[in-house]
Design a protein around this ligand. Structure first.
Ligand SMILES: Cc1cc2nc3c(=O)[nH]c(=O)nc-3n(C[C@H](O)[C@H](O)[C@H](O)COP(=O)(O)OP(=O)(O)OC[C@H]3O[C@@H](n4cnc5c(N)ncnc54)[C@H](O)[C@@H]3O)c2cc1C
Length: 491
């Protein structure tokens, strides 16, 4: 129970954003914070979670993950989310990027005061200790997340070959791909890693043993929430899946872009007509789940001569491209491909479009408590034109000396600069970068402080609140949002 005068905040989900929120909100002794996480604590982490080089193994189900099928015209993409303290920050590729200033300036221009690049840069800085650029005006030097870049000695053969090939064809070598003034160009992913070389999840970085000793913070793992309790238009608590009820002065939902909209809808907050199909009366009629964004793209697979079995390591080299020569709009890099226990090591060149049509959706499934129906956003109308530039780069890399020396062999040899190459690759299957956002966006579902419109005492704070997807990987954006909202809630 909250102590006398303390405001009881219940955070649902101890993932990327939820861990940050729990740590920051419990800095304020006027609050009592309860963090409810569906999965286990960090002690249950499999070794594959901790070893960055084994990150792709985590995606093979070696750590607690939930898999949701995302449909698109032409196929299904399995989407993983971490189901443990740390959430997807414990199962992702460790890439620690911010996106571009214009992404956040666009949020502010859409009417969301306080979310411009100039506003959020301090929150990005507060989150990190950048070991490579501690004195840079755009980086932090005292934050919980230790950030550094992969060294050449840590990089796999395919990653080095790609780096070298891009410089061989004249692309700019970029020392810090989080510095927008250096883009477009070829660089190395910044990653969040501990001093001992192991992965640093947001729970490890923020929910330290010192923080866990706070009397006003209670962390409960294996505690999945089934529903938000509402009295009229006020959130008064939560009901756990085991039936336990917990009262709260304020509830914060942080269960990720695929599940936060589901929990809202199950609790009577969402599109009234859709909820009516399940006999759920909409307490407020909001477009929850109606604007799913993601970074999608085709891949071009390769095998590596001389390397057998196992899974290629994590993505380390990154080319950030601009199809018009100046405005960054795609990522191109080698990623691990499906493992083949006995065959050669496989990887694929992935070309991810940084623009999303935002026309995907999350809807309730066969029943409110069944798996949701997730539909990927169709590629934007100009998507294939933008991707053509990326495919020309892949075609160029295949002609470089670095490629010839690397032992990389295309699985489907063809001329990638031909018109048909992209539709053919898309027909083999689209891939998701795993960057689902915007299913409870600020602007239409939430106000600029992430409060649910029309409901007292209820916020959403995670990837789902982004009004549009940033032009970069989304994990650090979730951290920034949690840092920013917590600072406001503590003010
Ligand atoms: C395979 C993969 C690789 C990725 N790689 C990168 C990368 O390298 N860099 C990057 O920036 N981004 C990456 N991303 C995306 C990024 O990790 C996510 O955008 C981000 O971590 C999402 O954070 P979140 O707080 O929204 O949700 P999550 O971190 O997923 O947290 C949600 C939490 O809620 C918990 N939860 C769920 N349901 C309930 C419930 N009912 N009750 C209580 N708790 C519940 C979950 O267990 C989880 O802990 C990747 C994504 C995937 C899928």
């Amino acid at each position: 129970m909250a102590g006398r005068g303390q405001r009881h905040i219940v955070i649902i989900g101890g993932g990327t954003a939820g861990s940050v929120l729990a740590a920051r909100l419990s800095e304020d002794e006027a609050k009592r914070v309860t963090l409810l996480e569906a999965g286990p604590d960090e002690t249950a982490y499999n070794a594959s979670v901790l070893e960055p080089a084994r990150a792709p193994e985590a995606w093979q189900g070696l750590c607690p993950v939930a898999t949701t099928m995302m449909r698109y015209e032409g196929g299904i993409i399995p989407i993983l989310q971490g189901r443990m303290l740390g959430g997807t920050s414990a199962a992702n590729g460790l890439a620690t990027l911010r996106g571009l200033p214009e992404d956040y300036d666009g949020w502010a221009a859409s009417g969301l005061a306080g979310w411009s690049w100039a506003d959020v840069i301090d929150n990005f800085k507060a989150a990190e200790t950048d070991l490579d650029f501690p004195d840079s005006p755009i980086h932090g030097a005292t934050g919980p997340l230790t950030v550094r870049r992969w060294t050449r000695g840590e990089m796999s053969r395919a990653q080095i070959a790609f780096q070298d090939a891009m410089t061989e064809i004249g692309e700019r070598a970029v020392s810090d791909i989080n510095d927008p003034s250096q883009l477009p160009g070829i660089g190395v992913f910044p990653v969040t890693i501990q001093d001992n070389g192991e992965r640093l999840t947001t729970s490890m970085a923020y929910l330290t043993s010192e923080v866990r000793q706070r009397e006003n913070l209670s962390i409960r793992t294996d505690s999945a929430v089934a529903r938000i309790q509402l009295e009229g238009n006020r959130a008064t608590g939560v009901v756990l899946e085991n039936g336990e009820e917990l009262a709260a002065d304020e509830v914060v939902v942080s269960i990720g872009a695929l599940w936060s909209p589901v929990l809202l809808m199950r609790s009577g907050i969402g599109p009234a007509a859709h909820l009516a199909e399940y006999g759920i009366r909409a307490v407020v009629d909001l477009p929850v789940g109606e604007s799913l964004h993601d970074h999608l793209g085709p891949t071009v697979p390769y095998r590596q001569e001389g390397l057998r079995g196992g899974i290629a390591g994590p993505a380390q080299s990154l080319y950030i491209g601009a199809s018009n020569g100046k405005d960054v709009d795609y990522h191109l890099f080698p990623i691990a491909a499906a493992p083949a226990a006995e065959g050669p090591t496989m990887f694929a060149m992935a070309a991810f479009l940084l623009r999303s049509s935002g026309q995907g959706s999350v809807r309730l499934g066969d029943a409110p408590d069944a798996e949701p129906i997730v539909t990927a956003p169709p590629l934007p109308d100009d998507g294939i034109d933008r991707l053509r530039h990326a495919f020309q780069r892949i075609a160029q890399w295949e002609k470089t000396e670095a490629f010839a020396q690397s032992g990389c062999v295309p699985v489907f040899p063809c001329d990638l600069s031909e018109e048909s190459a992209i539709p053919a690759a898309i027909a083999r299957g689209l891939t998701s970068y795993g960057h689902m956002t915007s299913t409870c966006p600020m602007g239409t579902v939430l106000d600029a402080d992430c409060r649910v419109l029309g409901i007292e005492g209820l916020r959403v704070v995670d990837a789902s609140v982004m009004p549009t997807i940033p032009s970069g990987n989304t994990y650090l954006g979730c951290v920034m949002i949690a840092e920013r909202v917590a600072r406001k809630m503590n003010a």
